[in-house]
Design a protein around this ligand. Structure first.
Ligand code: NOJ
Ligand code: MG
Length: 533
């Protein structure tokens, strides 16, 4: 790789696998490690460099693995430690890095630490969690709300105090102001790093430290009716406290003791707050996830602004990254529509910074409608009917047109959409111009083209639905022209010189075309252009 192995995560492309939904190998309708292992050749064929696995650890599955009861054990649903070791070895043999999900903010309420903590007020682990006395009238200690609906405080009869849970009541928050908690989680990190995992995606990293005084959060003056109820108050005191950066610096210090590992932070914050997660002198996360594209209005001007603001805000030396989808947000193909999904792919793979792909986006999987009886997501169950459910973006990978899509031999834990009989890997492999092959071509081009990996991002002025930029590196340049709308656009800019050549179109039908001054873009088309030699 161009920049040597320490920097593999800069040059690389990440692929997120939601383990429950990638491949079932034992016929229980839920994906597992052996299934992922079996599908490694496919992952490799995409050309990505690293896999991030959502949690695979022992868990009662109240939040599908984000409620952990043993940080160093594999949940039997996913397999055994032998399965994990085999997967890790096979990934490495195939030149793929493997990133695990670290969930340090909260455990399961069945974790032995919490069982002890709740057993009595003077248990040595009492302070490992966040316990507070009720208000004078027995009410909650403050007005903090759970992200999944209702108060963030659960009353415990046995000891007469409330404990804090930013998510489900089955996910009590650890007290990161307690040094023993830090040491315990750092041991967990060392356990996996010693095994050879290549880093962590750290769950809700901006939540780790809460206000020392537990002050009430202020109301949100911009709350929009119909949005989730927790948005009625801001999270000023419950998240993003300055001391969190000391914790992250400790985590980074720990991973730095190992070769070439990466820390990715899950952070939903406005731009200027997000940037702080690179840490003082870049001693924080190498990749604080940039989720700006997950919620943007899909227009050329909005995206241009997002990229410009992000590029400007980056601290000196900080490496950018981009995300189009994950297991918490609606599928990109549904947010932008199937035509624009191809343009989105070109955008993701040509912006400056490390791209993270969400499994299934490369075959244009859309949000799947979930019947009320099929709802599994606790968020949807707690806050029903307003569209917060995450099941629709977590459905089984569509491998082929068989009833369970090649995912499982039995009824999968979540349904596949009917159109999976057309929209699947097997069909798209056979179709030279499918979105799957577009992803593969874009990834291959990116890897072979230093301007796309390491080049500067230079915006080129454009109007309407046209998004135009140049990636430039050591005298070489690639021009990216994206039509974010359905109407054709004639692009006339001095940036596209006579005799320039089309490297690729999102329709995969114009490779090698020479341009004579004007670039005619069809509706919903993106192209990469190289200047004449
Ligand atoms: C963020 C994860 O991505 C989400 O899936 C989970 O429900 C919450 N953290 C709680 O762990
Ligand atoms: Mg299984």
């Amino acid at each position: 790789m161009a920049q040597g192995c320490e920097n593999w995560w800069r040059d690389g492309i990440f692929y997120q696998i939601y383990p429950r939904s990638f491949q079932d190998s034992d016929g229980d309708g839920v994906g597992d490690l052996a299934g992922i292992h079996r599908r490694l050749p496919y992952v490799k064929s995409l050309g990505v460099n690293a896999i991030w696995l959502s949690p695979i650890f022992a868990s009662p599955m109240a939040d599908f693995g984000y409620d952990i009861s043993d940080y160093t054990g594999i949940d039997p649903l996913f397999g055994t430690m032998e399965d994990f070791d085999a997967l890790l070895a096979a990934a490495h043999d195939n030149g793929l890095k493997l990133i695990l999900d670290l969930v340090p903010n909260h455990t399961s309420d069945r974790h032995p630490w919490f069982v002890e903590s709740r057993s009595s007020r003077d248990n040595p682990k009492r302070d490992w969690y966040i316990w507070r006395d009720p208000g004078a009238d027995g009410s909650e200690p403050n007005n903090w709300l759970s992200e999944f609906g209702g108060s963030a405080w659960a009353y415990d009869e046995t000891t007469g105090q409330y404990y804090y849970h930013a998510f489900l009541a089955q996910q009590p928050d650890l007290n990161w102001r307690n040094p023993e908690v830090r040491a315990a989680i750092y041991d967990v990190m060392r356990f996996w790093l010693e095994k050879g995992v290549d880093g962590f995606r750290v769950d809700v990293i901006w939540h780790l430290i809460k206000d020392a005084e537990f002050r009430d959060n202020p109301p949100n003056p911009h709350y929009v009716e119909g949005r989730p109820p927790n948005e009625k108050i801001l999270t000023q005191y419950s998240t993003d406290q300055p001391e969190v950066h000391d914790v992250i610096a400790e985590m980074r210090h720990l991973t730095n003791a190992y070769d070439a590992r990466v820390l990715i932070g899950e952070i939903y914050l406005p731009l200027h707050r997000l940037m702080a997660y690179y840490g003082n002198d870049l001693t924080g996360a190498q990749m604080p996830f940039n989720f700006a594209l997950l919620s943007t209005f899909w227009s050329a001007r909005s995206i241009e602004k997002i990229v410009e603001d992000y590029e400007k805000a980056l601290p000196k030396g900080a490496w950018p990254n981009w995300v189009l989808g994950n297991h918490d947000r609606p599928r990109v193909a549904s947010r932008v529509g199937p035509e624009q999904a191809r343009v989105a792919a070109m955008l993701l793979l040509t912006l400056r910074g490390t791209p993270t792909l969400y499994y299934g986006d490369e075959i244009g999987m859309h949000q799947v409608a979930i019947a009320p009886d099929d709802v599994r997501d606790p968020f949807e169950k707690n806050v029903p009917g307003i569209g917060v459910g995450r099941d629709g973006c977590r459905t089984p990978m569509q491998w082929d047109s068989s009833p369970a899509g090649g995912f499982s031999g039995t009824r999968p834990w979540l349904p596949l959409p009917e159109d999976h009989i057309h929209e699947n890997v097997a069909n798209f492999e056979a179709d030279a111009r499918s979105i799957l092959n577009l992803y593969r071509r874009l990834i291959a081009l990116r890897k072979a083209c230093p301007p796309l990996v390491s080049g500067d991002y230079v915006p080129i002025s454009a109007q309407g639905d046209l998004l135009l930029y140049r990636r430039q590196f050591e005298g070489k340049a690639v021009i990216v022209a994206l039509n974010l709308g359905p109407e054709p656009i004639a692009v006339t800019t001095s940036a596209i010189r006579f005799g320039s050549e089309i490297l690729i179109s999102t329709f995969l039908d114009r490779e090698g075309e020479r341009l004579e001054g004007v670039l005619d873009l069809r509706g919903n088309e993106g192209v990469l252009v190289v200047p004449p030699h």
